[in-house]
Design a protein around this ligand. Sequence first.
Ligand code: SF4
Length: 281
Amino acid sequence: MPYKFVQEHVWDKYLKKDRLPHIWCPGCGLGTALSAFLMGIELAKIDLDKLVVVSGIGCAGRAAGYLNVDTFHTTHGRPIPFAIGLKLARPDLHVVVFSGDGDLATIGGNHLIHAARRNHDILVICSNNFNYGMTGGQVGATTPENAITTTTPYGNLENPFDLPYLVTAAGAVYVARWTSLHVRRLAKSIAEALQLKGFRFIEVLSQCPTVYGRRNNMPTGLDMLKFFKENCVIKNYAHPKDVEIKPGKKIIIGKFIDKTEEKLSFEDKVWNLIKKLERGK
Ligand code: SF4
């Protein structure tokens, strides 16, 4: 049965209503993260004909399919190179990658660091649910130490990536971390980042009660939101090396880096070169 909308909602214009209901579990943070993205588009007054959203595989990767703009659902770990190609060919577009930590930082990790290094002019919104949700809750590169997953039943022995530090060290010019609880701050950050240039990265800590929370004493979405409420501390401009997520420590969130004025994007350099070569003809 197709989903029937009872009345128009303020976000309806942004959504492909015939694709709803979405596949996300009750209590999942992805709906909130997507809603904050829509709020960010609205705040930034982005022309929907100039917005392209690219996602990869995983629960977060399904977001692109629900948006009423040009979207691409790419193969696993590859939304960033796809987005780069788009932006190089069409510098007039706002190109956003909306995907998950497993897709962007684990399987696609190499693309992430090199896109940041080259300062590609794209915004990457990375929903971090601390595991591979869609495939059943396996450990990933962002799973906190000691956390229980289906593949680490005795606790994760690996050291996770600190994503803000990783992308900052690689060269990202805008870096922020929020959670699915901090909706307005997240939306404002997305609105701001949408209007800037260069490689911009926003991590969204997002609850996955179904396969992560219930193995880690937070069986409902509300439990995970309470965890964010009690454990997150906003520290804007904290150095990303100090925001590692560690068991028993507060989670630092905020806008950490804004150096978008300091570097030309790769795309600007390419188009400057093309113009220069054309002038020299
Ligand atoms: Fe959300 Fe986790 Fe369910 Fe995926 S598995 S939809 S991340 S709650």
